[in-house]
Structure formats: structure tokens, C-alpha cells
Ligand binder design. Structure first.
Ligand SMILES: *Cc1c(COP(=O)(O)O)cnc(C)c1O
Length: 459
């Protein structure tokens, strides 16, 4: 008999969480204008809003923090992080930034101009925001398989090489500053990109002389899926796979709040010294001097340690198995999910959950609000509200997929919490036929509206 799986860690510190009543939550969510970002964290029982910066650091990371060097220039913490970026990812040049979007801001200031196009695989919202803010256009070249949530395809994050080549052919080289490969592909459901696809994208990019950058927030989870699902790599260590992945990139942006398991931090990795010099000017203007770039020394130390831990098989296995555990429980109740289950989150397919609600009534937001009211669970809408309006026509963009994402923080909740989440989802799913209407927007910002949007329930 094989023994059951159990986590390779024990818990040294606990944090109390408040278990509210449904009456309390009904009042609070109304006061928050039905926007889950507006809730106070004490009003949330299980917070699955994001896995970004919400993970639990290890004893080794906490002890590294005590050794942080807070010198303005040339801190030892900077060199620790520089060594980790070189040894684990292979980049000679790097700039620390306070988080992932700051890395995008600095890099894109150096590379993207008005009228440019940036092909990629379902660009992340902040990435798209920073591209569109510069009056450039993000073009999605994700494979069609990604949009069929029922299809169990191992690498739904992949770029479609024909779609990509059509873009590279259509626009002059000067208008395409880079191709962005997002690993894992967040917006299409935490789905990985295969190493074969990374190689093929790089070959195509070389043919047209365009640099390739990886949006790397969940690069280690991507490497885990390569090991598990891509035959040629099943005997490789995660760190070996990571090294190989980055052979096919000219640079990277990183939100360290994900796979480097810190609460704040980011960076840019580069091969080109010329680009490093150009980006350094913007880093100094927007982030801080090049040896700290918006991070304190202790945070850089924790990040260096986190990059090392986060690329260990055991750490990744525990994390991804917990996500699968929740996903499998939901599927047992018949709840429609993106298939296969992603690395960092379970994506509930809201269109199949509530087929009777019109797309104009924000289906995924309707499900997300119900999860909060019934169980105190905070997920997030990845649907029409997030997709925002078309920058030219100002019309709502209706994405093919409407998800409620339940993101699991790293090393933070137990599987009893996952059982509770699954029970709440089942209760709502069993009563789904009672829902007649969705929501209406009362107020929204001109860009990245999902963070501040105000809504009401349609009666
Ligand atoms: C989180 C994330 C970002 C932005 O990073 P922040 O640290 O939140 O600013 C960019 N791209 C991807 C794929 C991400 O997951």
C-alpha cells in the first residue's frame, strides 16, 4: 500500500482569522460596492483574492531578513540577489524593482513607443496596461485550445506560431520592440508554456530579429509542469529546466511576490549591457538607485533565498498538489473548471456555472460576490470587468472566458480550508438555478477599472 501524500514542512507561527456571519457579510459587501477589492481583510475568512505576496516565508527567509544590508549603494543584499538571478536564471544584468509592474514600467519605458505592437500569450492585466498606456497594442497569440475550458491539453499557455508569425510579417521590425511570453499564462488560467514552444518562439523571433522577454511571475510552476508533462524533461531537476527555459529569452520581468515567495519585490533580468544602461536611467527615476530599486536590503535577501527554495521540486509539489486537491473536490461536485487545473489557482468557469445570466451582467463577478456572501471566501473576477474597454472604441470587451479565480497563497492555508471552500462552492452551485440577474456598473476608472469599480446587484 502506498502512503498518502503530506506536506514537507510544519508550521511555526499561526495567525488568527475571524469567522463572520452571512448577515455581517451581506452588509459589508454592499458597503464595499460589490467590489471585493474594497473589503477589509478582517471581513474575509479565506482570502483567495491572489497568491501574490500572500505566501508564508520560510524560517530561512526570515533569518536572511535579519542579515539584510541597508546600504544605499552596493549593499551585500544586492549582490546576493544578483548572484541568485545569475545562478538560477542565467542573466548577467539585472535591476531590482519594487514589484512586477514596476519592472514592466522601467523596461517598457526603455523599449516601447507609441504605435508599437507587442505580441504575446494573453498578456497579464498590468502588462497590457503598461503597453496601452504607451499607446502601443498588445496582440494575443495564444493557441485556440486555451479557450476551450473543457479540453484537457497539457500546455494551454503556448503561443500559436502561425498567429505569431502573421504579426511578425504584418508589422515592420521597428514597430515590434519585443515578444512577451507569460509563464505561466495567468489570464488564460495559470496554464504552462512547453519548453518546445519556448524554443519555437525563439527560433521565429530570431528569424525576424525580435527580442523575446518572459513575464516570469510563475516561472517555477511552469518548470514543474514541464517536468510532469513534457516527456523529454521528466528526469531533469527543476533548476535544470529553469536554466534551459531562459536560454530562449533575451530578458525577463519578474513579480517576486509569486514564485520567489516574498511579500514584496520584483526585478528585470537582461543579457544586453546596452539595454541595462538604458533601463538603469528609468530605474533610478522611478524605483531607486540601481542597487536597491525600491527594495530594502532585507527584502532582497529574502528574495534571493526565495528564488532558491521556490525552484525546489518538493516546495512546488506541495503547492501544486494543494491546488489540485481543491480542484478535484470541486469537480466531484460537478462544478465547471478550466481544464487541466492550473498551477496557482482554480478557475471556475462562470459561463457554464450560471448560463442563464447575460454577459452584459458580469457573470463571473456575480459568482464571486456569492462566494463571499455565502462563505466569506474572497476570489477574483477574471472576466469582462478585468478585460476592460477597448482603448479606441471604449466599448466593453467581452472575453471568451469568464472565470472566478480562487488563487491559493503559498504555504498559507491547510487542506481543511480547502474542504470548506469546496463545500461553499457546492452549496452555491446546487442553488444556481435561483439566480435571475447579475450586476451593473455604477462607476469605473478609465484604465484597470477592476480595482476601483463600483457595482450594484440587478434586482
Ligand atoms: C503579478 C503579475 C504581474 C505584476 O506583478 P506585480 O508584482 O503584481 O506588480 C505581471 N505579470 C504576471 C504574469 C503576474 O502574474
Amino acid at each position: 500500500m502506498s502512503l498518502p501524500y503530506a506536506e514537507p514542512y510544519k508550521i511555526k507561527m499561526v495567525e488568527q482569522i475571524y469567522r463572520s456571519t452571512q448577515e455581517e457579510r451581506e452588509k459589508w459587501i454592499k458597503e464595499a460596492d460589490y467590489n471585493l477589492f474594497n473589503l477589509k481583510s478582517e471581513q474575509v475568512y479565506i482570502d483567495l483574492l491572489t497568491d501574490s505576496g500572500t505566501g508564508s516565508m520560510s524560517d530561512k527567509q526570515w533569518s536572511a531578513m535579519m542579515l539584510g544590508d541597508e546600504s544605499y549603494a552596493g549593499a551585500s543584499s544586492y549582490y546576493k540577489m544578483k548572484d541568485a538571478v545569475k545562478n538560477i536564471l542565467g542573466f548577467d544584468y539585472f535591476l531590482p524593482t519594487h514589484q512586477g509592474r514596476a519592472a514592466e514600467n522601467v523596461l517598457f519605458s526603455a523599449m516601447i513607443n507609441k504605435g508599437d505592437v507587442v505580441p504575446g500569450n494573453s498578456h497579464f492585466d498590468t502588462t497590457k496596461g503598461h503597453i496601452e498606456f504607451r499607446k502601443a497594442k498588445a496582440i494575443d497569440c495564444t493557441i485556440d485550445e486555451a479557450f476551450d475550458t473543457t479540453l484537457n491539453y497539457p500546455f494551454k499557455g503556448n503561443l500559436d506560431l502561425d498567429k505569431l508569425e502573421a504579426v511578425l510579417k504584418k508589422y515592420p521590425k521597428e514597430k515590434i520592440p519585443m515578444i512577451i511570453v507569460t509563464i505561466t499564462n495567468n489570464s488564460s488560467g495559470g496554464q504552462p508554456v512547453s519548453l518546445q514552444n519556448m524554443k519555437d518562439v525563439k527560433a521565429l523571433a530570431d528569424k525576424y530579429d525580435i527580442p523575446v522577454f518572459y513575464d516570469s511571475a510563475r516561472f517555477a510552476e511552469n518548470a514543474y509542469f514541464i517536468k510532469i508533462r513534457e516527456e523529454a524533461y521528466k528526469h531533469k531537476k527543476i533548476k535544470e529546466i529553469v536554466k534551459e527555459m531562459y536560454k530562449y529569452a533575451d530578458g525577463m520581468t519578474m513579480s517576486s511576490k509569486k514564485d520567489a515567495i516574498v511579500n514584496m519585490g520584483g526585478f528585470i533580468g537582461m543579457r544586453s549591457e546596452e539595454l541595462f544602461k538604458k533601463a538603469s536611467v528609468y530605474n533610478i527615476m522611478f524605483e531607486g538607485y540601481i542597487t536597491y530599486g525600491g527594495m530594502s536590503g532585507r527584502d532582497m535577501n529574502a528574495l534571493a533565498q526565495g528564488l532558491d527554495e521556490g525552484t525546489e521540486f518538493e516546495v512546488l509539489e506541495a503547492r501544486i498538489k494543494q491546488v489540485e486537491y481543491l480542484g478535484n473536490k470541486l469537480m466531484e461536485s460537478g462544478i465547471p473548471l478550466q481544464q487541466p487545473i492550473g498551477g496557482h489557482a482554480v478557475f471556475v468557469d462562470a459561463k457554464r456555472f450560471l448560463p442563464q445570466i447575460k454577459k452584459e451582467e458580469y457573470i463571473a463577478q456575480t459568482v464571486a460576490v456569492e462566494l463571499y456572501i455565502v462563505g466569506g471566501i474572497r476570489g477574483v473576477e477574471i472576466g469582462t470587468i478585468l478585460a476592460d474597454r477597448d482603448p479606441e472604441t471604449r466599448k466593453n470587451r467581452y472575453p471568451e472566458l469568464e472565470f472566478v479565480r480562487l488563487a491559493i497563497p503559498r504555504r498559507t492555508y491547510t487542506n481543511s480550508h480547502m474542504d470548506y471552500v469546496a463545500a461553499v462552492c457546492k452549496k452555491i452551485f446546487d442553488n444556481r438555478h435561483e439566480a435571475k440577474h447579475g450586476m451593473r456598473i455604477l462607476e469605473e476608472a478609465p484604465i484597470m477599472r477592476h480595482f476601483t469599480v463600483k457595482l450594484e446587484k440587478i434586482k
